[in-house]
Structure formats: structure tokens, C-alpha cells
Design a protein around this ligand. Structure first.
Ligand code: NAD
Length: 242
């Protein structure tokens, strides 16, 4: 069903983004792999080994002009933009009273504005196609809040509001927009946590295991395959939020 479609995945050099790119490649989608600074040649080969095209595009999602250029390039080289996964994200954790302006701004710029930038430019192409699937990476933290992550939680809560608004605006043209809210997933982003922090996290995960990138990737494929679903936030979190 997804064979031959074009999937753009941001921040896909590693972690959840890479997992999502591989999952869509497995379904026969051609992949546009956005990365910020570098991507391993093996990652591109791993995608191409699934018999699909892989177009690596370097750039920063927080740059509005870059997002426009990327979409133009994709349209020109691959013909359509069927699936957009806004996965690129960063953390700059700090308690509110010590948080620097730059720490707040950089997280909002990458996570929230980056998601807006990509949707803004992809949607004009999707509107003409009268179809499209947009999937945004939120977080359970955007729903629950988290001490030490005021910037990150605000960006992810913003993504949820953005997701629902875009879903309402674009539904009549056959475009869906949903968000995935992962709990704790084992990637470089969470590898920086201490063992004590990880153990505390495990106590609030009813399924008593950390999430894997494949758990999130399956949810992304689900949204691409179920185009009667829009404006939803799916917690993929081992039961943390319920
Ligand atoms: P990660 O750090 O392994 O990967 C993030 C990727 O985004 C990296 O490849 C990085 O280079 C890229 N990126 C960062 N800023 C960028 C920019 N400005 N432009 C383009 N690319 C950029 O982290 P991850 O755990 O794979 O996280 C992926 C997404 O999932 C993020 O949005 C994150 O907030 C979200 N998330 C992760 C978890 C978790 O537990 N790991 C939980 C909830 C949500």
C-alpha cells in the first residue's frame, strides 16, 4: 500500500528517525533522509538494500528557507511528497531558574519551529496532490510536563497544538496530521541519563521495559496506512500516560 510513495524523514541519521526511515523503506517507500551534520554511508546503503531510492539532504530544520529548498528538491527529484515525518529534535535540559535564553530558544527553534517550517512548505505540495500524511514527533513530556525540561515540554506541547490545528485545516484536502508521543526510548538522547534516573523512569513504565526505535517506527507506519485517522496523539510509552 505504501510502495512507491515518498517519505521525508527529518533528523534521520540515527535513533528514532533512522528507525522510521528503515521501516518506510521496508514498506517500499523512497526515502528522503534529512540530517543536520553527517550521515553514515552504511545507513544510506541499508535503506537502498531494501530496493528503494534514498536521497540524503543535509540541513537544519529550524531554517525556514532550507525547508522550502528541501521540498522543492524532493518534488523535482522524486515527483511527490506523500509522507512527512517531523522527527528532528533536541534537548537542552536545565531547571527553569538556571535556564539560559539560548537554551529555551534553540529547543523551540528546532523542535517546534522546525516542525512548522517543514509542514508549511510540504503542505503546499500536498494540497495540490490532494493527499498527504504528516506525522510529528511529540513526547509524553509535552502532555505531562517534566521538571528540568520546561523548554522541551513547551516545544512538544506546542507540537500537539500544531498537529491538531493542521489536521483541522488540511483535512478537507485529504491530508492527515497526527503526532506520536514516545515515552522513554533507548537512543543517544536518553543515553546521557544516569543509571539512577533510568531506574526511576522504569518505575513509572507499567510494561517495565524501555521503548525501542522499532516501537515508534511501527506507529509511524500505522499512521501512514490508516488515513481515516487525523488530529490524534498516540502515546507509545509502555503505559506511562494513562
Ligand atoms: P537522537 O538525538 O538520537 O536523534 C535526533 C536526531 O535529530 C539526530 O540525528 C540529530 O542530528 C537530528 N537533529 C537535531 N537537530 C536538528 C536540526 N536542527 N535539523 C535536522 N536534524 C536535527 O534522538 P531520538 O531519541 O532519536 O529522538 C528523535 C525524536 O523523538 C525527537 O524529536 C525527540 O524529541 C523525540 N522523542 C524521543 C524520546 C526518547 O526517549 N528517545 C522520547 C520522546 C520523544
Amino acid at each position: 500500500m505504501l510502495k512507491g510513495k515518498t517519505a521525508v524523514v527529518t533528523g534521520a541519521a540515527k535513533g528514532i528517525g533512522k528507525g522510521i526511515a528503515l521501516a518506510f523503506a521496508e514498506q517500499g517507500c523512497n526515502i528522503v533522509l534529512n540530517y543536520r551534520s553527517s550521515v553514515a554511508e552504511e545507513t544510506i546503503q541499508e535503506i537502498e538494500a531494501k530496493g528503494v531510492k534514498c536521497l540524503p539532504v543535509q540541513g537544519d530544520v529550524s531554517d525556514f528557507a532550507f525547508a522550502g529548498d528541501l521540498m522543492k528538491q524532493v518534488k523535482k527529484e522524486l515527483g511527490s511528497i506523500d509522507i512527512l515525518v517531523n522527527n528532528a529534535g533536541i534537548t537542552r535540559d536545565m531547571l527553569l531558574m538556571r535556564m539560559k535564553e539560548e537554551e529555551f530558544d534553540s529547543v523551540i527553534d528546532t523542535n517546534l519551529k522546525g516542525t512548522f517550517n517543514m509542514i508549511r512548505h510540504a503542505s503546499s505540495i500536498m494540497l495540490k496532490q490532494r493527499s498527504g500524511v504528516i506525522i510529528n514527533m511529540a513526547s509524553v513530556v509535552g502532555v505531562m510536563g517534566n521538571a528540568g525540561q520546561a523548554n522541551y515540554a513547551a516545544s512538544k506541547a506546542g507540537i500537539i497544538g500544531l498537529t491538531k490545528s493542521v489536521a483541522k485545516e488540511l483535512a478537507q484536502r485529504g491530508i492527515t496530521c497526527n503526532a506520536i508521543a514516545p515515552g522513554f526510548v533507548e537512543t543517544d538522547m536518553t543515553a546521557v541519563l544516569t543509571d539512577e534516573q533510568k531506574e526511576k523512569m522504569m518505575e513509572v513504565i507499567p510494561l517495565r521495559r524501555y521503548g525501542q526505535v522499532e516501537d515508534i517506527a511501527r506507529a509511524a507506519v500505522f499512521f501512514a496506512e490508516n488515513t481515516y485517522i487525523t488530529g490524534q496523539v498516540l502515546n507509545v510509552d509502555g503505559g506511562m500516560v494513562m
